[in-house]
Design a protein around this ligand. Sequence first.
Ligand code: ACO
Length: 329
Amino acid sequence: MSASSFALLGTGAYVPERVMTNEDMAKVVDTSDDWIFSRTGIKERRIAAEDEQTSDMATAAAKVALEDARLTPDQIDLLIVATLTPDLPMPSTACIVQAKLGLPHRAACFDVSAACSGFVYALDTAWAMLQSGRYRHALVIGAEKLSTVLDWSDRTTCVLFGDAAGAVVIGPTPEGSKAEIVGTKLYSEGENTELLWIPGGGSAHPAPGPDVPPRFMQMKGREVFKFAVREMEDAARDILEQCGVSADEVDCVVPHQANLRIIDSIAKFLKLPSDRFFVNLELYGNTSAASIPLAIDEARRSGRIKDGSLSLLVAFGAGLTYGSALVRW
Ligand code: ACO
């Protein structure tokens, strides 16, 4: 069952119903719409209901992607969920989603942990597994319930993030189509873990207990900002070089939706006009692993990404990790 090329056959997304605006945020911490919007470009984010888990959002997004790809759950033999907010430490969220979607028992299901780069990591992994010839159709999902790992008294982090899920179906390029995954590239710098982390709750500091660091996200914002600009530029440049493509040939860049100022600096670096970038962080904030698939789905449904067009995906996140992918639709 080998195929020469694999393409993104369908996309889907899900966002929780509850909208939390910057004005709402200012009732929780000492902040303002002006501060948040001018520093980040974010206006509002979605917050999942208490009984709505990461796997529920992932399942909802996956159903839309399967429908878009015109495939049924029994045709999926590989499922990867990228998330830093799994439903449980064990088992994987992918196995929970498998049951909720009714995927066959022969499907391989597992989670990928690469924070905000998680979707690009999962895409690379799925593509390699499909290329091995041992799998035919993969579901790759980025899903996060970040509201559960935020310190709602820390204005330097809680204003930035939101909950969401996005999904893609990958399979053999249909006959007559030029769609394909052109290339992917992954990187990590493990010596900088403490710039962006959740220090408590893992095996190093199992919660709860005295002297246990918090199980909430902590970030050195300025350092992460500089890292994000430098490494997203590298990741974008490297993938273009690797695939022999010039920046100008890219129809739509879909960057990780963390901060508009970071995205603007990448646009400047690539010498591309800002309208070549798809940005929806104003409405959702940073949704980590869900950010790129959520944006891809919106870009496709709004006609911003058309069949035949070339997209550059570029992400960075905790780890520190970063990565990029080139996709022809
Ligand atoms: N509202 C009002 N004031 C605030 C807020 C807030 N929400 N947050 C911080 N401030 C204050 C600070 O206390 C500081 O005040 P001071 O000068 O009196 O000390 C001032 O604003 C400036 O703070 P900085 O941290 O220097 O602000 P900066 O301009 O660097 O912007 C930001 C902060 C938006 C976090 C920026 O550094 C950033 O975007 N960094 C990248 C973050 C990012 O993208 N993270 C995603 C990681 S992806 C993943 O894997 C999860």
